[in-house]
Design a protein. Structure first.
Length: 458
């Protein structure tokens, strides 16, 4: 292990240079314009895996963006870790709010600024470099398979089918994922829950064409007004979601579990200050940690309609639209929530308009075990590198494929992420600490070692 860590330390600069090369590729999965760049990022991952010593490395095409697979099976009798991550990134817009261009990585104040630096290229690259370090020092203690996809940020719509078709090469004991956050650099933590997601677009149509707002206004339903009224009715005074049945399946935590959850270090004043808000808002009776960790939500992601260009145009628009995300908690399911939302939204539409609901991607919530060998191996590895035992936390984000791995492969995941909630993932000026990047590369080999040792014992 000492040799591996020495290798990591002496290669820090090269690791960073190589990561910057990956960050320079604008692999935005949502925008077809970047399709060749997404392919280039897949190629880069493939080459990196090969150079690191992986075998059977392959770019697997899907009907969307490709999945990169690679493996190193040293002994079929040893346990196998499946590393999952994604090389695609969110769009960089609004680009003008970036201090330096999103695809020209720059280090400022010990942090790497670039789209994807934290989510998830930087964290995927930690795994490739940790693997390389174990290979170069002859210390890989168990088998490993890599599955790095290019469609996480658009809902992993082709990964499910690929996993089903490739079950034979996905034999393993655990899925290891670094795509989440820790509480702080001096407070290590491991997320043990991810929320699910139901994402829909709604469309309200009034008159059959845009109208003059003077000639017709006041006499015809305005779709934007109707949409706003309908959306406003989706929450009551307590900020509870009014869709009938929405909370039916929600797993309520016991008061002991809630006390435990609220022990996570959290400073409300700093939280508000960081966001530039003077008050938080959410479901009555729950703390901010609970509102983002264990409660379901209904959030507007975008709303548009009518004239939004320069100056003014007097128009009563024919249509209005909104994109809505609902985060789900155990035991809610995407299909049921999408169904009851659609039913409710359609039923509250007033006469004079038509509404249409289009479901987008979704994903089921998950909780991961804290009593598994893999969790203990991760916990011990982080305790060694951070000098503090990590605390289990509940994350607010979603990685929909985690539930699918469980269903299709019968495998649980360990969410050993190294980002910070303040890394601005999905926002302008996304960054990732060099401290976190290096900490990850040091912790991963320890995880492998602990996992191999602990599996052998028990
Ligand atoms: N890495 C994030 C999820 C995440 C971030 C989990 C921080 C926990 C802490 C992932 O790339 C992501 O952004 N997921 C999307 C879902 C997807 C279907 C677009 C999300 O959570 O919005
Ligand atoms: Mn991610
Ligand atoms: Mn993301």
């Amino acid at each position: 292990m000492e040799q591996t860590l020495a290798f990591v330390k002496s290669n820090e600069n090269r690791f960073l240079e190589e990561l910057f090369e990956l960050l320079r590729i604008p692999s935005v999965s949502a925008d077809t314009k970047y399709k060749p760049e997404v392919a280039r990022a897949a190629e880069f991952i493939r080459t990196s895996l090969e150079k690191a010593g992986a075998e059977k490395v392959e770019i697997c095409p899907t009907s969307g963006h490709p999945i990169v697979y690679g493996e190193k099976i040293i002994d079929p009798k040893l346990p196998t870790v499946i590393v999952y991550g994604h090389y695609d990134v969110q769009p960089a817009d609004p680009v003008n709010l970036w201090t330096t261009p999103p695809f020209e990585p720059q280090v400022r104040d010990g942090k790497i600024y670039a789209r994807g630096s934290c989510d998830d290229k930087g964290q995927v690259f930690m795994h490739i470099k940790a693997f390389e370090s174990m290979m170069k020092t002859n210390s890989l203690p168990c088998n490993v398979r890599f599955m790095i996809e290019g469609e996480e940020e658009v809902g992993s719509s082709n990964l499910g089918a690929w996993v089903r078709e490739n079950k034979n090469r996905l034999k393993g004991d655990v899925i290891l994922i670094s795509d989440t956050s820790i509480v702080a650099n001096d407070t290590p933590s491991i997320e043990v829950g991810l929320r699910g997601l139901s994402y829909v677009q709604v469309e309200v149509t009034g008159p059959n064409r845009d109208l003059h707002s003077g000639v017709y206004g006041g006499a015809v339903s305005n779709p934007i007004q109707v949409l706003c009224d309908m959306i406003a009715s989706m929450k009551d005074k307590e900020n509870r979601i009014t869709i009938p049945g929405f909370y039916d399946d929600v797993l309520e935590l016991t008061s002991d579990e809630r006390i435990e959850l609220n022990k996570t270090p959290f400073n409300l004043n700093e939280y508000k200050k960081d966001l530039g808000i003077d008050e938080v808002r959410g479901e009555t009776g729950y703390t901010t940690l609970e509102r983002t960790g264990i409660r379901p939500t209904f959030e507007l992601n975008g709303i548009w309609g009518g004239y939004t260009g320069e100056g003014s145009k007097t128009v009563l628009p024919s249509q209005a639209f909104a994109k809505i995300s609902m985060r789900l908690v155990p035991h809610q399911t995407t299909d049921k929530i999408t169904e009851i939302f659609t039913k409710h939204f359609t039923s509250i539409a007033p006469k004079g308009v038509k509404v249409k609901v289009t479901p987008h991607h979704g994903g089921e919530p998950v909780v991961t075990p804290t009593d598994s060998v893999a969790f203990k191996a991760a916990s011990k590895a982080m305790e060694t590198t951070f000098g503090k035992k990590p605390i289990p936390t509940r994350g607010g984000g979603s990685i929909p494929i985690v539930a699918l791995f469980e269903k299709e492969l019968g495998l649980k995941s360990v969410l050993m992420g190294f980002g910070l909630d303040s890394d601005l993932i999905h926002s302008p000026n996304e960054h990732y600490g060099i401290f976190n990047f290096m900490k990850g590369i040091e912790t991963i080999p320890l995880f492998f070692k602990n996992f191999a040792d602990m599996s052998a014992k028990g």
